[in-house]
Design a protein around this ligand. Structure first.
Ligand SMILES: [Fe+2]
Length: 312
């Protein structure tokens, strides 16, 4: 894009970027990459390994998810079924599927790196979320740096502090070790301490690392973008949490520090690399079962199928 993607950046935001939640305005819609025809084609091109389609329960304190498939459906039929039903389609790593999204992802991070001194990113990813009216995503925390961009529809996004009791150290360790889903314990009173955004088309929000969040769609189809990234500091946090997770689970240790400097840190970074290299925690990972398919002929846009395991 010739024009900037963010339309309302202020110089002082550089000082709070990734330290506080920040709501910004953007021009993603102007790329033309989010028109229905383009999205429908993208859905059809997206391989099985690059998407998840889910449906979920209703109680935010009792998260239940089901995994589905869209195999054989046209992209337009998938979007129509989502618009009528209760589903959440996550097209992941689109920079690997479509060169235009690869370019967009590069443009986005080059722009932020231009705005924020010492913000240097790698392993960047871009996904699109197409989701039904009134669905929710349960309380969870993500491992890399995250932003959520709204393109169409409206959703309420709750962002919580990235520390106990909202995020226990052992929860983020479990997510990093791949031993638990991103979902973590949630209680209703957490909402009193959340930052709440009613995210409208043309708005995006970026929050500090690992901040738990949950999402409730308003009564309309939602098209959103997620971007994620790593920095040197994020990689260090990952190594510390990984090592702490191993020390806690395999060696029964507690009171583990989260420093990212000093001799303790370097020992932990070494442990994280060694443990991963040996793949000592293999065999405990989560395997999801696919038990519904997108079905444009059904009133709910989906129908049950005999379940099978989805790896990865
Ligand atoms: Fe998330």
């Amino acid at each position: 894009m010739n024009k900037s993607i963010i339309t309302d950046w202020q110089p002082e935001y550089a000082k709070i970027f990734s330290k506080q939640s920040l709501l910004l305005h953007h021009r993603l819609k102007e790329t033309g990459l989010f028109e229905r025809d383009y999205l429908a084609g993208l859905i059809e091109r997206c391989p099985e390994s690059n998407y998840n389609i889910n449906t979920m329960g209703y109680d935010p304190e009792n998260p239940t998810w089901r995994e589905g498939t869209k195999t054989g459906m046209s992209g337009h039929d998938v979007i129509d079924a989502i618009e009528r039903g209760r589903m959440w389609l996550n097209l992941r790593q689109l920079e690997k599927v479509d060169p235009d999204f690869d370019r967009l992802l590069t443009d986005i991070f080059e722009e932020f790196e231009g705005y924020v001194p010492e913000f240097e990113t790698f392993k960047r990813k871009l996904g699109i979320l197409i989701s039904s009216p009134l669905v929710q995503v349960f309380y969870h925390a993500d491992v890399p740096g995250q932003s959520l961009w709204q393109v169409e529809g409206e959703k309420r996004v709750y962002v919580y502090p990235n520390e106990a009791p909202f995020l226990e150290q052992k929860s983020i360790e479990g997510i990093i070790l791949g031993l638990q889903e991103e979902e973590i314990p949630y209680e209703r009173y957490f909402d009193d301490h959340a930052e709440v955004y009613d995210l409208k088309p043309g708005e995006m929000v970026h929050w500090p690392l690992n901040c738990p969040h949950r999402v409730e769609n308003k009564d309309c189809l939602n098209i959103s973008v997620t971007t994620e990234h790593w920095t040197g500091e994020l990689r260090k946090m990952y190594a510390v949490n990984y090592a702490n997770g191993v020390l806690r689970r395999k060696f029964g240790m507690n009171g583990l520090a989260q420093n990212t400097s000093g001799p303790g840190f370097y020992a932990k970074a070494g442990l994280a690399v060694a443990w991963r290299g040996l793949k000592l925690d293999q065999g405990e990972k989560i395997i999801r079962k696919v038990d519904f398919r997108v079905d444009p002929t059904s009133e709910t846009g989906m129908s049950d199928i005999e379940s099978y395991a989805k790896h990865g």
